[in-house]
Design a protein around this ligand. Structure first.
Ligand code: PMP
Length: 321
């Protein structure tokens, strides 16, 4: 679907996958007006193909669009775009355990204009690709590199927008993590006692021995994960107390050492929920808490809801086909 100032959104179509032609002066290539979402379509026990909380993705995309001076896309149009694509590509939705069709809605500026001002022409697209288990099947704790060299976001920045520039800014840290034999980077907020923020592509939770869940509060510098919100709701449904607040790396470290923190996990659309293992922080290592019971059972519940084997009491699933 394309957008031009005055005309609004127009020209909705499904076309064969292929290269996009852009003017070399297209604003996105110079000033990075680009936003995206990450979602999955699951084979459901009822024979249909469903996606998870798509209106939350639509709302988040519109929040990102506001931050990046881009046009709003009607929630209904967003959901229809997924229905249209998956309606045609339903055969591509894999049926193996933990497999899904990954959906990538994205929007960027196409206007050929080199001045620094919001563009007046955009395009919105959705592409799809079959995806397996993010970290390769078994529930193995991921190793994390704590970056002290790079931050991902600052107050007033674009940390809570899902825009390509945030990911560009995280790549050097991710490269270091890979070099150190780690799977993901943990970003800290050095202005606030090294409060933990998030991983490169996931939000973080600590579980305490007395059954509380602690996760960094949303202060505008981390992405408002839809899995994060769902985990909070599922935990509260079980009567677990959830604290959204500032939590420092030292609190994590001390908690693991004295046994008050019993589990640590990360969550996001791609990996759903994955236990966090060892944390490498320069020469220091924070020990792994292993794969805990709360992590496993919230993960099983969420996966069950997504594939239709557990009752969807919050009405989170949306049938696409
Ligand atoms: N943080 C970042 C930086 C991410 O890229 C993602 C993945 N979208 C998340 C958190 C988790 O968000 P969600 O649960 O909506 O996938």
């Amino acid at each position: 679907i394309d957008w031009t100032q005055g005309a609004g959104w127009h020209g909705a179509r499904v076309e064969p996958y292929g290269p996009i032609t852009l003017d070399p002066a297209a604003a996105v290539l110079h000033y990075a007006q680009e936003i995206f979402e990450g979602m999955k379509a699951y084979r459901h026990a009822n024979g249909g193909v469903h996606t998870f909380r798509p209106r939350e993705n639509a709302r988040r995309m519109n929040r990102s669009a506001r931050r990046m001076a881009m046009p709003q896309l009607d929630e209904e149009l967003f959901v229809q775009s997924l229905e249209a694509l998956v309606g045609i590509d339903a055969d591509w939705v894999p049926s193996g355990e933990g497999e899904a069709l990954y959906l990538r809605p994205f929007m960027f500026s196409t206007e050929a204009f080199l001045g620094v001002r919001p563009a007046r022409e955009f395009t919105y697209r959705v592409i799809a690709s079959p995806a397996g288990n993010y970290f390769g099947g078994e529930l193995k704790p991921v190793r994390i590199w704590v970056t002290r060299d790079f931050t991902r976001a600052a107050p007033g920045g674009t940390g809570d927008a899902k825009t390509g520039g945030n990911y560009a800014a995280s790549l050097a840290a991710q490269a270091q993590a890979t070099e150190k034999g780690c799977d993901q980077v943990l970003f800290l907020d050095p202005l606030h006692d090294n409060a933990i923020e998030e991983l490169g592509g996931m939000n973080v939770f600590l579980v305490t021995a007395d059954g509380r869940l602690i996760t960094p509060e949303l202060t505008g510098t981390i992405l408002e994960g839809i899995t994060r919100d769902s985990v909070i709701q599922l935990a509260r449904d079980r009567g677990l107390q959830v604290e959204e607040r500032r939590v420092t790396l030292d609190e994590w470290d001390r908690g693991v050492q004295d046994g008050t923190v019993t589990e640590v996990f990360a969550c996001g659309t791609a990996a759903v929920i994955t236990p966090i293992g060892e944390l490498l922080d320069g020469d220091r290592t924070i020990a792994s808490t292993g794969t805990g019971e709360v992590t496993q059972s919230i993960r099983a519940e969420l996966l069950g809801i997504q594939t239709g084997t557990v009752a969807d009491r919050h009405g989170w699933m949306h049938r696409l086909v």
